[in-house]
Design a protein around this ligand. Sequence first.
Ligand SMILES: Cc1cc2nc3c(=O)[nH]c(=O)nc-3n(C[C@H](O)[C@H](O)[C@H](O)COP(=O)(O)OP(=O)(O)OC[C@H]3O[C@@H](n4cnc5c(N)ncnc54)[C@H](O)[C@@H]3O)c2cc1C
Length: 428
Amino acid sequence: MFIDLPQVNLPRLVIVGGGFAGIELAKQVRNRFQVVMIDKNNFHTFQPLLYQVATAGMEPDSIVFPLRKLFKGVKHFHFRLAEAQEIIPTKNIIKTSIGEIEYDYLVIATGSTTSYFGMERLMANSMPMKSISEALDLRSCILQNFEKAINTPDLKEREALMNLVIVGGGPTGVELAGALGELKKHVLPNDYPELDFRRMQIHLIDSGERVLGSFEEKASLAAKKFLEELDVHVWLNMRVTDYDGLEVTTDSTEEFRAATLIWAAGVVGVRIQGIPDSAKTRGGRIRVDAFNQVVDTTNIFSLGDVAAMETDATPQAHPQVAQVAIQMATNLGKNLKRSATTREGWKPFQYKDKGSMATVGRNRAVVEASFMKTQGIFAWFVWMFIHLIALVGFRNRVVVFFNWLVNYINYDRGLRVIIRPFLPRKNS
Ligand SMILES: Cc1cc2nc3c(=O)[nH]c(=O)nc-3n(C[C@H](O)[C@H](O)[C@H](O)COP(=O)(O)OP(=O)(O)OC[C@H]3O[C@@H](n4cnc5c(N)ncnc54)[C@H](O)[C@@H]3O)c2cc1C
């Protein structure tokens, strides 16, 4: 059964995914194509601030934006809340959870999801943080464990309920660990005066030689120092191999006891069935050419985290970051507008790396941008400014700004509410 969509005299471009890549492409090609966007959520998520939702610093509504509102009034734009299930390239059809859609051009911008590298017990017992619902689950899980801890007479058990282990020392793990360090220092002791917070431990574990491995060494060292100032124990060259919900096993002699383990150590592309086998590449990604066209297809493209453009310059493909997704979408949008049929004048994708940044609690950040490299309080202001302007929606920018201002002045996190159902967790 086909989904009901108006027939117009424009080529139909179906975009799967309203993430950074999907929304940028839809903006680029508006009015030139009939754009049908499919997403399993009716909102765009600003993932770089998920950790603030997870640590009670921000309400979820501030970092998401309704996709219908984003494209309100745009002619020939149609949104459908649906999950894309299978592509049939020979018929130019995509099957979704609500029916089939015919396309002239198809763009897969489905992003990535957490990868546990096949470690099933770890997956069953740990907390990911890749979506707004996972960030809320994490917040509830941490707070619920503190509620349990105050009623637990056994000291070892109580410590385990308070302890937190974060696996993965990339920007996500570092920012989360910093925010949790702030919670431990300034917020939780006020809420739970019965608990001895000297006994609470936050561990950040990474298999590499330094945190923020993709940054320069100076920035990595600064981030580690900032974390240690917040009482975060940083463990390097260490791999977590198992977790039963309480005991964390590593490839070293070190073992940890914690009721919460947050997994920020890997992602895998979200592929849809029907992609040619020749286009499937490592990390669950889709192999594309220099114009983001999926190899061995004629009218299917892929953008962002799920796309892998493996060239001599980027044998491992581009990093899975927002800037790559946005720039790929801008380039494809411009090419499609030049001429979708003849492809005359099409330009290959060239990534302009504008740099990276990560924050570690208040007043501390590292910035490695094309225009500056800095660490500390100035970097923190730069980090805040860049994230504010990158947020989707004026209301969100205002709300986030005031949230940060209030948190900065009173050192508090006002959103320590448990609004998710109690999660069934083994052994805890
Ligand atoms: C916690 C965290 C922090 C991050 N911090 C940074 C940062 O500081 N800087 C940075 O540059 N990058 C950061 N990133 C990475 C950045 O968010 C991603 O690179 C970016 O979101 C990729 O954009 P995308 O459009 O490819 O995918 P996404 O933004 O993930 O969007 C994919 C969309 O596809 C939808 N979807 C998926 N499968 C289906 C399906 N089958 N059917 C329908 N819809 C589907 C999803 O609902 C989603 O809306 C962070 C990521 C995380 C998780």
